[in-house]
Design a protein around this ligand. Sequence first.
Ligand SMILES: *Cc1c(COP(=O)(O)O)cnc(C)c1O
Length: 388
Amino acid sequence: MNRILLSSPHMSGKEQIYVNEAFETNWIAPLGPNVSAFEKELAAYVNTKGAALTNSGTAAIHLALSILGVGKGDSVFCSSFTFVASANPAIYLGAHVTFIDSEPETWNMSPQALERALSDAKKRGQLPKAVIVVHLYGQSAKMAELLEVADQYGVPIVEDAAESLGSDYKGKKSGTFGKIGIYSFNGNKIITTSGGGALVSEDEELVEKAVFLATQARDAAPHYQHSVTGYNYRMSNVSAGIGRAQLEVLDERVFQRRQVYERYVEELSSIEGLQFMPELTGTKSNRWLTALTFDPGIMPITPYEVMDLLNKENIETRVLWKPLHLQPVFENSRFYKHHEQEQAISETLFTRGLCLPSGSNMTVEEQDFVIHQLKQVIKQPLLIKQII
Ligand SMILES: *Cc1c(COP(=O)(O)O)cnc(C)c1O
């Protein structure tokens, strides 16, 4: 059996049609009809006024923060429980980052911790220029509560929806609640352009500005003239061709990933001490990755041990994101916990949790193998204990 991966690209078969179109019209240079069409189709899918395609999700976050005026010495708030790419663009711009803990119902940003952080920042006279709210593993954060808090302080929210494309929050698409939302089309995400991203907003002027900055910020002049510093962040017409075909099957991919999740739940949820990532009422996760935690009191095995043992069976799993406030590179950053007096929620999740292979192209046989092996692996320490 081949190695079973966490999340691998899943082509629909129609990507070649759009890519061929690009080749036949010799539109290999960046920009072109696939880029504008994919932008329109994406904006229509998530129901926003505009979308700007970029060559990565990280680039889209960088553009979002630039547009919101983040600069040297500024402050930016960000979820702590996430991939480093959520926070790095703030550093590129010379800002410093304050990290906000998770809350247990979504594993995403805690509104009460955000409130405390904003209140402190206001007292110090340095409110952040933006709050980056991440929607992990497909699950939307508590956007209503977070927006209420951020609005009180007049601070805009950037949604890092890199992992939650296709997810719903209260009847609307994840990534469309903040001032700006970003998506990623990296190879491991729910749909891919081989590498790419997008920025969406209800503010069309803002989307135009993103395109301007993503194409070296050229002023309207017959020669090359620049009044501000831009970037080379645009998606190519070939990649956009792949994206158009992928977007057509996004809903199918969400359905398939949710099926993978449901099969895991059916087979594993009766095991004591094992808990799946919750889904908040009124939301529908794309279940990009099925994530679960092991209760160390009941199940004396660490996620690392499970990961190593499954790896020997050629199954790829991954421990949950290490919170950014614990990363050496962010050593001197502020951090606000969900409950001031208790262990941070993000730290607890990090020490207890694991992501299982969740690709939409995984076969039932492959998933059965993963389930069987996982059951074997978590039985082992219990056996050892009994012998002792
Ligand atoms: C993948 C990811 C990104 C970065 O996207 P790229 O397209 O790889 O640059 C940012 N944030 C989160 C939460 C991600 O999972």
